[in-house]
Design a protein around this ligand. Structure first.
Ligand SMILES: [Zn+2]
Length: 406
């Protein structure tokens, strides 16, 4: 793509993120094996770290400790995510219970497999674990709905290891507007016009506690407001570029620049439909399948396990006919962000377990392919190290230093 040429011109005056002679495959593999590699978004199921779903064994999910070791993906943020439901006392209580269940599960994994993985809260922890030959698990919160209707749980979650926290998922919530409203829940295009008053208090609480504020899934107005009001750098834990695929979930140039201006970072996500708009025939096939099963993306959970298995098989056949986005598509989004906001403000995320995965990086065991693709695109060793975690650790340090010295 022409972006690459532009990057070459830009980087000549920046950190020299591309090199004239791309790294060889052997050099790229050696580099990958030596790096701290951080993936900032990996979803887990409610039964994570139980005998039914032991991350110490190779399972059916895209990420577990076995696959991480195989792919030298040594550091991952595991996610405390709950979906938004219509606000009733039962639904709200269940969401808070599920959030606590996931938080406990991630901590339990680090106890069950302490010989392999440790909980990290700081960049020092990540480096210490890496030096000891262990993997690092970190914790992020997706959808502030899981905190409940007030901020009383936010500091308790931080004490239990949460180092980044978001605001919304799909659907506007009590904290702010989402990039993707849910009409069946009564959502209009805008509800708050950005953050709610409670959302602004949540941001202040994140800043106070040294928790990185995450704009992924937030609406444009919400994202720009977070970037404007935050007293510390902000992150997008798993987002792609609007200019390359204009869907509401992606980040516009204005948002990318606003995030970088806080000193923050955009973790480009390897998510098929965020990276590349499916061809019309594929969209029609997916719509027909959804219609046949009488579901929307918001009502998928009503299906029985057998129906879900059948649905997945049929969906896989669609992906075979019209392939998903590739690693090249993924690196195109990285290139665009690097060109616009600079190599120091870009990173990598998969969204494994939450719909992520592109051809070549379908699970954690294939993580080395990301480095190979970046090397092929001409990124230098130094630039790849920044993308894979150096930048994220810098931002984490800055956010935590800010909390200690408000
Ligand atoms: Zn997400």
């Amino acid at each position: 793509m022409t972006f690459r040429l532009l990057i070459l011109v830009l980087c000549a005056s920046l950190a020299g993120c591309l090199q004239s002679k791309p790294l060889s495959e052997t050099q790229a593999i050696q580099l990958h094996q030596s790096l701290i590699t951080i993936d900032t978004h990996d979803d887990i199921n409610l039964n994570f770290a139980t005998p039914d779903n032991d991350p110490g064994e190779r399972g059916g999910t895209q990420i577990d400790l076995v696959k991480m070791r195989e792919g030298n993906l040594n550091t991952a943020f595991f996610i405390v995510y709950v979906p938004l439901k219509a606000s009733t006392p039962e639904n709200d209580a269940k969401a808070q219970e599920d959030a606590q269940t996931k938080l406990d599960a991630i901590n339990r994994m680090t106890e069950m497999h302490a010989d392999q993985v440790g909980l990290a809260r700081t960049s020092k922890d990540i480096r210490r674990l890496h030096k000891a030959g262990k993997m690092a698990a970190l914790i992020g919160v997706e959808n502030a709905y899981g905190y409940g209707p007030d901020l009383s749980k936010v500091s308790a979650f931080a004490e239990q290891g949460v180092t980044y926290g978001g605001f919304t998922h799909y659907g506007h919530n009590a904290y702010g507007d989402s990039s993707v409203p849910i009409p069946p829940l009564g959502d209009q295009e805008d509800h708050w016009g950005g953050l709610s008053p409670l959302g602004r208090d949540l941001l202040a609480e994140y800043n106070r506690l040294g928790v990185m504020a995450d704009v992924s899934h937030a609406s444009k107005a919400t994202t720009l407001e977070i970037a404007r009001l935050s007293k510390a750098p902000v992150i997008a834990s798993h987002s792609a570029v609007f200019a390359l695929n204009p869907i509401a979930r992606n980040l516009s140039d204005e948002e990318l620049i606003a995030i970088a201006d806080t000193g923050g970072i955009v973790q480009i996500v390897a998510y098929d439909t965020y990276l590349k708009d499916p061809v019309p025939e594929k969209k029609e096939a997916v719509d027909a399948l959804m219609h046949e099963f009488d579901v929307t993306r918001f009502t998928f959970s009503k299906l029985t396990p057998q129906q879900i298995a059948e649905f997945r098989l049929r969906m896989n056949a669609i992906h075979e006919k019209w392939p998903k986005a590739s690693l090249k598509d993924f690196v195109d989004h990285i290139d665009y962000a690097v060109q616009l906001i600079g190599i120091d403000h870009v990173g990598i995320s998969s969204d494994f377990g939450g719909g992520g995965g592109v051809i070549g990086w379908m699970d954690a065991s294939e993580s080395q392919n990301v480095t190979l693709e970046l090397a092929k695109a001409g990124y230098s060793k130094k630039a790849i190290a920044k993308l894979w975690g150096g930048n994220l650790m810098r931002v984490m340090d800055a956010v935590q230093a800010r909390a200690e010295n408000p």
